[in-house]
Design a protein around this ligand. Structure first.
Ligand code: NDP
Length: 399
């Protein structure tokens, strides 16, 4: 059916590529392009028996011209941006210049300030609309599946949605004293930022990790969950009409938080450059270099993740509560694609978003978040491609 240019060769890209290759009728040909060519080659070599034709390329996606040149020579039908949030705009510019659809899993971030805002990418709406191209933003798990869950609830179960609580729990254990499950720089920037949630039309800020509850998660058990800001809150506050409150919660172990607190106290999580032996370094980037590579956690991680949405509102004038979630087993993911569940839960929806675009099912000119498309084909594909979901109408509510 089509050709995909996949930018990035990290944890998420590796899973998405495995999944594309399980779906060779849609992904007939792919090009894996990243900063380090050997990483592209390593993924390709694991998939040598695939019917999907694979080629690789060295690419620095910080340079729009390099991306344009590669698009022009490979001629993809879609560009899947699975590099880092810093490359979103250069890649979107290249897609516009070369006339190809775009998708990603995380919103643009300027390297010098952690912002998590869609404004830079939403500013491209007119340009993509005029070019007749689709840009799909945030097709991972959160953002991604969580937005699809909300759109599905809105379509099938509610006349009005009043509150959404997104709960992201990782019950996995990798056995290291401290490591992050995905890119440490992005992960720590996210966790050390202020908490923020949407209520009655305004945003309420809380100090980092200062609001905590205990939630008993199916298949994982009771966990401490902490209120955080997460990028899908911004788009859901706009796209789920009439919603009064949206919050995002994530589990952290006491051990993880103790390590993080020490690293923060000594300045290791800072993104302000410092002078070190005659050169400028960014402490958080240095920390990334000494922490375990998230890709190395795969074989060691045991346990499950559970990510879902608890939604309240009205149906036929009566109050209703709905909980929809996915449980994913780290070791089963590793056995299937050689990655733990954090990369798996992001890489599978990335493939699904791209598949729906290539099939023309999710296709409209402009820049869109996942919840702006019909959720049904995505929900069906989650069950088919390894992220089956479950639903309940009697969940425990959060305070
Ligand atoms: P990794 O750090 O494992 O991989 C990033 C990849 O991008 C690496 O291969 C890296 O190359 C490559 N890269 C970085 N800069 C450039 C560049 N300038 N040009 C070309 N390639 C580049 O990250 P993950 O796989 O964990 O995450 C990928 C994306 O997924 C991130 O944007 C992350 O925020 C997002 N994400 C989204 C989630 C969701 O649920 N929506 C959850 C988890 C992650 P090199 O190896 O040379 O550094």
């Amino acid at each position: 059916m089509g050709k995909a240019l996949i930018i990035g060769a990290g944890g998420v890209a590796s899973v998405a590529i495995h999944k594309c290759c399980q779906n060779p009728d849609v992904f007939e040909e792919i090009c894996i392009a990243s900063r380090t060519l050997e990483k592209c080659e390593a993924i390709k070599s694991k998939l040598s028996g695939s019917r999907t034709k694979i080629q690789t390329a060295q690419l620095d996606a910080d340079y729009t011209d390099e991306v344009i040149e590669l698009i022009k020579s490979f001629k993809p039908d879609i560009v899947m941006n699975l590099a880092l949030p810093y490359q979103d705009l250069t890649i979107m510019d290249a897609c516009l210049a070369a006339g190809v659809d775009y998708m990603d899993t995380a919103n643009y971030e300027p390297p010098d300030i952690a912002k998590f805002e869609y404004k830079w990418q939403w500013a491209y709406r007119e340009k993509f609309a005029q070019a007749g191209l689709t840009a799909l933003l945030g097709s991972g798990f959160d953002p991604g599946v969580t937005g699809v869950f909300c759109a599905y609830a809105q379509k099938h179960y509610f006349d009005e949605i009043h509150s959404i609580d997104i709960v992201d729990a990782n019950g996995g254990d990798h056995g290291y004293p401290f490591a992050t499950n995905f890119n440490p720089e992005i992960n720590i920037r996210e966790v050390t930022a202020n908490g923020r949630y949407f209520e009655n039309g305004s945003w309420i800020e809380t100090p980092p990790l200062s609001v905590k509850q205990v939630y008993d998660l199916p298949e994982i058990g009771p966990k401490n969950i902490y209120l955080m800001y997460h990028e899908e809150l911004e788009s859901l506050a706009v796209n789920i009409k009439g919603v009064k409150r949206i919050r995002f919660w994530m589990t952290f172990s006491d051990n993880y938080l103790n390590h993080l607190r020490v690293l923060e106290n000594v300045g290791m999580t800072s993104i302000e450059p410092i002078e070190f032996e005659g050169r400028q370094i960014i402490p958080l980037q240095f920390l990334k270099a000494i922490l375990p590579d998230p890709a190395s956690l795969g074989p060691r991680t045991k346990g499950k993740t559970n990510i879902g949405c608890i939604i309240q509102g009205l149906k036929d004038g009566k109050p209703r509560t709905y909980y929809v979630y996915n449980v994913c087993d780290h070791q089963e993911c590793y056995a299937e694609v050689g990655s733990q569940a954090i990369s798996y839960t992001t890489g599978v929806p990335a493939m699904i978003g791209a598949m729906l675009m290539l099939k023309g099912v999710w296709k409209k000119a402009g820049v869109y978040n996942v919840e702006e498309f019909d959720p049904d084909p995505f929900m069906e594909a989650l069950n088919k491609y390894g992220l089956p979901w479950q639903e309940s109408f009697v969940p425990t509510l959060l305070d």
